[in-house]
Design a protein around this ligand. Structure first.
Ligand code: PMP
Length: 457
C-alpha cells in the first residue's frame, strides 16, 4: 500500500495516544516499517536512529532473533493458558521466579498484567485488600508526585500529577493527593540535596497531617520521574521517603515501568539507593515491547498479610484474562536471557558514554540542564540560561525539535514544551551514541537557526 493511502486511512480511523487529535490530522502519521538493532526504517525507506527505544521500552533493540524464536515456539506449543482456576503455563512460572530472584529484598510475589497502567490499577486493588486484611480499611488515600506519571486508566491518571491527564476527567479522585517533585534545577532554595530532602519530607508530613495519618495507605513514585521531565531526585531522597513511609505505616510503591530492566544501570533503579519498596510496578523493558506485559511485584510481608487476612476460602477478586500470558512470559524469559547475557553490562558502559557526551550540551544556548542516569537522559531547554526562562509555549519548540530531529534521522522525545528525552536501546554501541550526538548537534543547530527561536534566546 502506498504511504499516502496509509496516511489517509490513519487520519480517518486510527486514534493516536496522548496527542492533539487536530494536530495529528493536520500532520498525518509517520509510518514505521521495520527495525534492526537501534535503527528504524520508515515507510519512505529512510533509516533513523531510535534514541527513545520506541516509548522507552525496546531495551534489547529491534530484530532480536532469540526473542522472536521464543514467541514463535510458545505460540506453536501453547498460545494461551488461563491463570484462573489454578492453571499455569511453564514460562509464566519461570518468569515470576526470575523476577523475584532479581528484585530487591523480599519482593518475591508477582502478579502479571498487560502493561503499566493495569499494574498501577492492580496495586491500588492490592492496597485495599491489604488495608482490609490489616483491619485499617479507612487507610484509602494515596500521595504521589505532581510531575509523576502512572498510566492512563482512570485510577492511574488520577495518581499521575500531570494536568493534561486530569483535564475533563474529574481527576484526581478524592482519595488521590500530590506533593511537589524534588527538582534540583528549579528548587527555589537551590540544588542542595539535604535542603531538598528536608523540604520534601516536610511537605509529605504536612500532606499526611492534612489527610489524617490513619487515612493514608500509600505513597507512589518513580525512582526518576520520566514523562514529567526526567527529573532526578538528589541522592538520599528515595531512602528518606521510604523510611518516612515505613515509620507511618504507609506502603511505599516504586513505579519502575521506565526505570526497570537496565534503563538506569542496574536491573532496577531502586538498587541505585539500596531501597526495598513494599510493591513495585514494571512493564516496558520486561518484554522490551515485543509483546505487551507488565507486573506487580509484592513483598512477602504484604503478600502474607493479604493471604492470611482474607476470610477462609474467600476469593481475592482481582484477575485479568491475559494475566501471565504464556507468549508474553516466553518473550520475557528470552529478554531476561539477553539482559543477563551481557546487555545490562553493555547498557551500563554505553550509558556512561551517553551521559558524558550529552553533558557537553550544557553549554548550548538553548540548554538549561543536562540530567539523567545511564541510558535515561534529558536536556531541559531554556531561552535564557541565567533566569532559566522556559521557552514560550507559542514558540512550539517541541514540534520544531521533533521535526528537525527527523530531518537529521534521529528519534528522541520532545515533550512538556521544554524537554528533550533520550532512552536509547541498551544494545547501542559507543559508535551509535556518537552518531546520536552528531545528529543532535545538527538538530539543535537547525532549531537555533529558526528565526523565531533566534529572536527568543
Ligand atoms: N508508569 C510509568 C512510570 C510509565 O512511564 C508508564 C508508561 N509510560 C505507565 C506507568 C503506564 O504504562 P502503560 O502505558 O504500559 O499502560
Amino acid at each position: 500500500m502506498l504511504a499516502n493511502d496509509l496516511a489517509e486511512l490513519d487520519r480517518a480511523h486510527l486514534i493516536h495516544p496522548v496527542m492533539s487529535w487536530r494536530d495529528h490530522e493536520a500532520r498525518g502519521p509517520h509510518v514505521l516499517a521495520s527495525g534492526e538493532g537501534a535503527y528504524l526504517t520508515d515507510a519512505s525507506g529512510r533509516t533513523l536512529l531510535d534514541g527513545f527505544s520506541g516509548l522507552w521500552c525496546v531495551n534489547v533493540g529491534y530484530g532480536q532473533r532469540s526473542v522472536v524464536a521464543a514467541a514463535t515456539e510458545q505460540m506453536m506449543r501453547l498460545p494461551y493458558a488461563t491463570g484462573y482456576f489454578g492453571y499455569a503455563a511453564e514460562p509464566s512460572i519461570r518468569l515470576a521466579a526470575r523476577l523475584a530472584a532479581h528484585a530487591p529484598g523480599d519482593l518475591d510475589h508477582v502478579f502479571f498484567t498487560l502493561g503499566g497502567s493495569d499494574a498501577i490499577d492492580s496495586v491500588v486493588r492490592f492496597i485495599r485488600f491489604y488495608m482490609h486484611a490489616q483491619g485499617t480499611p479507612e487507610r484509602r488515600h494515596v500521595i504521589s508526585l505532581a510531575r509523576g506519571y502512572h498510566g492512563s486508566s482512570t485510577t492511574g491518571a488520577g495518581i499521575t500529577g500531570l494536568p493534561a491527564f486530569h483535564r475533563d476527567s474529574d481527576l484526581p479522585l478524592p482519595w488521590q493527593h500530590h506533593i511537589s517533585n524534588p527538582y534540583p534545577y528549579r528548587n527555589p532554595a537551590g540544588p542542595d540535596a539535604g535542603a531538598i530532602v528536608a523540604a520534601s519530607l516536610a511537605e509529605f508530613h504536612a500532606k499526611v497531617e492534612e489527610i489524617g495519618a490513619d487515612k493514608v495507605a500509600a505513597f507512589f513514585c518513580e525512582p526518576i520521574t520520566g514523562s514529567g521531565g526526567i527529573i532526578v531526585p538528589p541522592k538520599g531522597w528515595l531512602p528518606a521517603m521510604r523510611e518516612a513511609c515505613r515509620a507511618l505505616g504507609i506502603l511505599f510503591v516504586a513505579d519502575e515501568v521506565i526505570t526497570g530492566f537496565g534503563r538506569t544501570g542496574p536491573m532496577f533503579a531502586c538498587e541505585d539507593e539500596g531501597i526495598v519498596p513494599d510493591m513495585m510496578t514494571v512493564a516496558k523493558g520486561l518484554t522490551s515491547g515485543y509483546v505487551p506485559m507488565g507486573a506487580v511485584l509484592m513483598s512477602d510481608a504484604v503478600y502474607r498479610a493479604i493471604r492470611d487476612g482474607s476470610p477462609e476460602g474467600a476469593t481475592i477478586g482481582h484477575g485479568l484474562t491475559y494475566s501471565a500470558h504464556p507468549v508474553s512470559a516466553a518473550v520475557g524469559l528470552a529478554v531476561m536471557d539477553l539482559y543477563e547475557g551481557g546487555l545490562l553490562a553493555q547498557g551500563r558502559r554505553v550509558g556512561a558514554h551517553l551521559a558524558r557526551r550529552l553533558s557537553a550540551f550544557a553549554d548550548h544556548p538553548l540548554v538549561g540542564e543536562v540530567r539523567g542516569r545511564g541510558m535515561l537522559q534529558g536536556l531541559e531547554l531554556v531561552t535564557d540560561k541565567a533566569s532559566k526562562a522556559k521557552p514560550d509555549r507559542a514558540l512550539g519548540i517541541a514540534g520544531k525539535l521533533a521535526a528537525a530531529g527527523i530531518e537529521n534521522r534521529l528519534i528522541f522525545r520532545a515533550f512538556a514544551d521544554d524537554m528533550v528525552g533520550f532512552a536509547p536501546p541498551l544494545c547501542c554501541t559507543e559508535d551509535d551514541i556518537d552518531i546520536l550526538v552528531a545528529r543532535l548537534e545538527a538538530t539543535l543547530a537547525a532549531v537555533l537557526d529558526d528565526p523565531e527561536v533566534r529572536a527568543a534566546v
